[in-house]
Write a protein that binds this ligand. Structure first.
Ligand code: UDP
Ligand code: MG
Length: 330
């Protein structure tokens, strides 16, 4: 049976923005153009809009956003009360946009996520997919280090049983059904690219070449990237704890062999001075202990943040969505 082709949906393009004053106007004009073309082609409905989430920017980002919201009625803004990070900003955008839209596409405000493929993503939705992942076909624009560390990360995640779409970040289309299911997940330790596959809805992929950032700077320096990777894995796999347990067993049995050996040596009456073996054992076991405590601590830290159940973000200002949903008259 051929699934009935869906109707042109009302699309929300969601842009998280943190200190993007240099890029924002350029990005918006490009997206407006693409959106207009898609409406023209009858792929998306009129009333489709762009929602920008200001994630506590310290530069002129929000005043540019306000200006744009005044100029274009299809640009809506949400201002978070401080910098919460890319992932919470995305959730804030999804939560607000889905009040008005049938489908959402999240993409970076710096145009690195090529907006030219939005049409192909919508095509897959029209053909019945609830989630469409945009996947980088090559990593030409990345440094050698970023390319290889990403590869190592996907291998490690796969081995630890964390289901990810390789080379896909947060450039994705989600239908209302998928967004609502995602928003129903109560967790605070966010790693959206591993949470979305857990939803299990029919999903597709579209390939693209990721562009270089044209202006402004990356907000993901090495340290932040590494933290994000560790966070991602420990939020979705308890295998590191199990590995530690097994490592503990192996190390203890080596100690057992050493004890037996020492006893035999004593019995034969030929004990060695043993300074180096003693030092090696101390340092090795000390190190393993620290790693073990560190891994367990990471998980306890997560339990701690989940138990506190603090809100993911606070919205400081928002007019467009409230006006559009009739909760505010002006
Ligand atoms: N971003 C955000 N909050 C942050 C950091 C980044 O909303 O705390 C936004 C940023 O404005 C951009 C997107 O997330 O739209 C991706 O960030 P960036 O381009 O700096 O990351 P990269 O592409 O270098 O991985
Ligand atoms: Mg970027």
């Amino acid at each position: 049976m051929i699934a009935e082709r869906r109707q042109a949906p009302k699309l929300a393009l969601i842009l998280p923005a943190y200190n993007e004053e240099e890029m924002l106007v350029h990005t918006l004009s490009k997206l407006e153009q693409i959106k207009a073309d898609l409406i023209q082609e009858n792929k998306i409905a009129t009333g489709s809009f762009i929602l920008i989430v200001d994630d506590g920017s310290k530069d002129q980002t929000f005043s540019i956003m306000e200006e744009q919201e005044q100029l274009n009625e299809d640009i809506l803004t949400v201002k978070l009360s401080r910098n919460y990070g890319h992932q919470p900003a995305l959730i804030a955008g999804l939560q607000e946009a889905i009040k008005l839209a049938d489908i959402t596409i999240t993409l970076d405000a710096d145009l690195q996520d090529s907006p030219e493929i939005i049409g192909q993503m919508v095509d897959q939705y029209l053909a019945g997919k609830e989630i469409v992942h945009a996947v980088r076909s090559s990593r030409e624009t990345d440094s050698w280090f970023k390319k290889n560390s990403a590869l190592a990360f996907y291998r490690l995640a796969g081995w630890l049983g964390v289901e990810l779409v390789p080379n896909h970040a947060d450039f994705r289309l989600m239908s209302k059904v998928a967004v609502e299911a995602l928003l129903a997940m109560p967790e605070k330790n966010l790693f959206l690219r591993a949470m979305v596959p857990l939803l299990g809805y029919p999903s597709g992929e579209v390939y693209y070449e990721r562009a270089k950032r044209e202006a402004g700077t990356s907000k993901y320096p090495l340290k932040k990237m590494l933290n994000f990777a560790i966070d991602g894995i420990t939020s979705f796999s308890v295998k590191p704890i199990k590995l530690l347990f097994n490592l503990g067993l192996v190390v203890s049995s080596i100690a057992g062999i050493e004890i037996a050996y020492t006893i035999i040596e004593k019995l034969i009456g030929n004990p060695t001075a043993g300074w180096s073996s003693l030092m090696i054992s101390i340092w090795l076991l000390g190190g393993l202990n620290l790693i073990a405590i560190g891994v367990i601590g990471t998980y306890i830290g997560k339990v701690f943040t989940e138990v506190k159940a603090r809100p993911l973000f606070h919205i400081e200002r928002e007019t467009g969505v409230l006006r559009a949903t009739g909760q505010r008259q002006e």
